[in-house]
Design a protein around this ligand. Structure first.
Ligand SMILES: Cc1cc2nc3c(=O)[nH]c(=O)nc-3n(C[C@H](O)[C@H](O)[C@H](O)COP(=O)(O)OP(=O)(O)OC[C@H]3O[C@@H](n4cnc5c(N)ncnc54)[C@H](O)[C@@H]3O)c2cc1C
Length: 382
């Protein structure tokens, strides 16, 4: 199916664009520093936290497509602000919104929309990255609780999170159907968060350790036979992430279009050179294509109220690949200034690089696409 933005979606896009350009100042560090919290306060006053959550929990009840449009616009000015809207709406919070019980929603969602509570995702393990269904962390029933054992890695900003959506094996068949998810709060006995490790974009990731961690039964999100449901929610999360990547890439492109008209060499603006013009045109083409594919996937999700996995993989792969190429070319067109820390180009480049890995690698998504095209199921398991 194609897509068309409704009047309401166009309105939200315009509101987010105006708000971002008038009010936001770029803040590089997520959940840290005066600049970030000043932006977060304004986002909260504007009602932008929890955009996809029901109104009864302080949200706006918008569809995923509207959220994608808003996140893109905010990231164009301030990536960490876009990320705040993503996190409190269609990001990890989505697991609670879509899979949680009424009690869990009432307990967690209002704190999240107030910007006072951050939930991270514990899915990847040292031996189970792309092969997520090989994960080993177990959740074993123990009276009115579950006992968790195992470990997680690469948890984004785990050192700052208040709670974690943790994928674990509830069954013992060894099949993907054993896998479910449970909410683990930070102060859980037997649970600890590893030392934060800085990654390429300057964010921090942590390991999680479960050593007979005792978690109340009411924290279970889903138990066995739920892997499909978990991946369904995760596909929506992937679109929110792709919207951030697209917004950051657009920011790099906007700056570059300005720079090539300011910078002079050989007595001319560098945009007078055909080599530069063709680079600008190629970037524009890729940006438009990336946006079209992302919006199509978001429209499919809004129509069905769940993301279509093929549209998501197409959008995710294209946005990630285009972002890498465009931010690289933007950096190139800034010459030595692009490589310096004085300008944000090198940061944009580092930020979008993760999109080819996080949320499933490009290669894994391409395998899924090939299996759709060829009508074959490529079993990647042993
Ligand atoms: C910035 C960032 C943030 C992240 N945040 C989180 C988070 O909050 N929570 C969380 O749980 N995880 C998080 N991750 C982890 C992420 O989900 C994994 O890195 C990803 O799933 C890949 O797993 P891996 O790193 O183990 O790579 P591997 O699976 O070991 O892959 C290594 C290489 O082999 C290739 N490969 C593997 N299998 C195949 C195959 N079948 N066919 C072709 N090629 C293949 C991959 O494409 C890749 O190039 C994050 C990662 C990044 C980079």
């Amino acid at each position: 199916m194609g897509y068309e933005l409704s009047n309401e979606q166009l309105e939200w896009q315009t509101i987010a664009r105006d708000f971002a350009s008038r009010r936001l100042k770029p803040a590089r560090h997520w959940l840290e520093g005066d600049e970030f919290w000043a932006n977060a306060r304004m986002l909260s006053e504007q009602g932008f936290l929890g955009v996809t959550l029901p109104e009864e929990y302080g949200g706006m009840n918008l569809d995923l497509f509207s959220a994608v449009l808003m996140i893109e616009e905010l990231c164009r000015v301030c990536p960490t602000s876009g990320r705040m809207v993503y996190h409190t709406g269609p990001g990890i919070t989505n697991f609670i919104n879509h899979l949680g019980t009424a009690e869990q929603k009432a307990k967690y969602l209002p704190k999240i929309t107030a910007g006072k509570y951050y939930v991270a995702l514990g899915m990847s393990e040292p031996e189970a990255g792309s092969a997520a269904t090989d994960l080993k962390t177990t959740a074993v029933e123990h009276g009115d609780r579950y006992k968790l054992n195992g470990s997680k890695i690469f948890v984004s900003e785990g050192h700052l999170a208040d709670a974690f959506v943790v994928y674990a094996r509830f069954g013992t068949t060894g099949k993907p159907s054993d896998i479910g998810a449970i909410l683990v709060e930070r102060d859980t006995p037997g649970f600890s968060v590893g030392v934060p490790e800085e990654n390429m974009s300057g964010e921090y990731q942590t390991a999680l350790y479960f050593d007979d961690a005792i978690v109340p039964k009411e924290n279970v999100l889903v138990k066995e036979n739920a892997f499909k449901a978990l991946m369904g929610v995760y596909n929506g999360v992937r679109l929110g992430y792709a919207a951030q990547t697209l917004g950051i890439t657009q920011a790099a492109f906007d700056r570059t279009c300005q720079y090539v008209q300011e910078r002079k060499q050989f007595g001319k603006q560098i945009c007078e050179f055909q080599g530069v013009q063709w680079m600008i045109a190629d970037m524009y083409l890729q940006l438009e294509a990336a946006r079209t594919l992302l919006y199509k996937a978001a429209a499919d999700a809004a129509a069905d109220s769940k993301a279509d996995k093929t549209s998501v993989s197409i959008a995710k792969v294209y946005v990630a690949e285009a972002a890498k190429k465009i931010t690289d070319d933007c950096l190139q067109l800034h010459g030595g200034y692009g490589f310096s820390r004085e300008y944000p180009l090198e940061w944009y480049y580092r930020c979008v690089r993760a999109a080819s890995i996080a949320g499933g690698t490009i290669q894994v998504h391409k395998t899924m696409l090939a299996s759709t095209v060829l009508g074959k199921k490529f079993d990647q398991r042993r």
